[in-house]
Design a protein around this ligand. Structure first.
Ligand code: PEP
Length: 249
């Protein structure tokens, strides 16, 4: 049985004081929550949020990391620095990293392997652009991103990887994939994992959906067989909008 996993990506939002308030509100309001939870504040907020959520049922995530462990990489943030702050999970391959900052599958794969090697869990984001969907290539794009993103990841480490299917056209646009369309891609991607790692890995892997998830669509999405949680952007910025998603029933 897979546990639901609800993650909030705060992107490049919030000051330290605002982040502290949100983290404290989430700790209080999710303490009786039944699912697995994560927040991913910006790098400069991690040190503020870490002690607030420590000991709670909310994991600390980062939104990215460098592909190298350390060294002369101006402007980058190392997994070692993230671990030092108490980060447990890193989100990699987010569509904004792929499409705005031009990260390709090879770079993302390097980060995935480094993060796993250093003991961090990974949320690997995949998802097609609108034109790719319109050309009937959504499955192929998601398969390629999954296969290349996981290249060289051993079966033993796959239990520390969560996939997040985020159709790019649904991120921050208010357009959500229908639960049926999302579930179809999730089922397809689960099949890709089956081919790569076998049946039991395919059954175990958590596949989150992301793209304009809100309180009023979370339950329908999560009711689908292959949708195991959500990666939430905009609605993760306020406790009043994130908590009802996190506590969907
Ligand atoms: C995201 O950026 O991962 C995301 C899903 O954003 P939103 O919920 O705002 O669409």
């Amino acid at each position: 049985m897979r546990n639901y996993y609800i993650a909030g990506n705060w992107k490049m939002h919030k000051t330290r004081a605002e982040a502290a308030d949100l983290a404290a509100a989430l700790v209080a309001r999710l303490k009786d929550g039944k699912h697995k939870y994560l927040v991913a504040p910006g790098f400069t907020l991690l040190e503020t949020v870490a002690p607030i959520i420590k000991g709670s049922n909310i994991l600390l995530g980062a939104q990215n990391c460098a592909p190298e462990e350390q060294g002369a990489h101006t402007g980058e943030t190392s997994v070692l620095q993230l671990k030092d702050l108490g980060v447990q999970v890193v989100i990699l391959g987010h569509s904004e990293r792929r499409h705005v900052y031009k990260e390709d599958d090879a770079l993302i794969n390097k980060k995935v392997k480094l993060a796993l090697r250093q003991g961090l869990d990974v949320i690997l984001c995949i998802g097609e652009l609108l034109e790719e969907r319109e050309e009937g290539r959504a499955e192929q794009v998601c398969e390629t991103q999954t296969v290349k993103g996981l290249e060289g990841v051993q079966a033993d480490d796959l239990s520390r990887v969560t996939l997040a299917y985020e159709p790019v056209w649904a991120i921050g646009t208010g357009k959500t994939a229908t639960p049926e369309d999302a579930d179809a891609i999730h089922a397809y991607v689960r099949g890709v994992i089956r081919k790569l790692y076998g049946e039991s890995a395919a059954q175990r892997i958590i596949i989150q959906y992301g793209g304009s998830v809100k309180a009023d669509n979370a339950a329908q999405l999560m009711a689908k067989e292959n949708i195991d949680g959500a990666l939430v952007g905009g609605a993760a910025l306020k406790a009043d909008s994130f908590v009802p998603i996190a506590k969907f029933s």
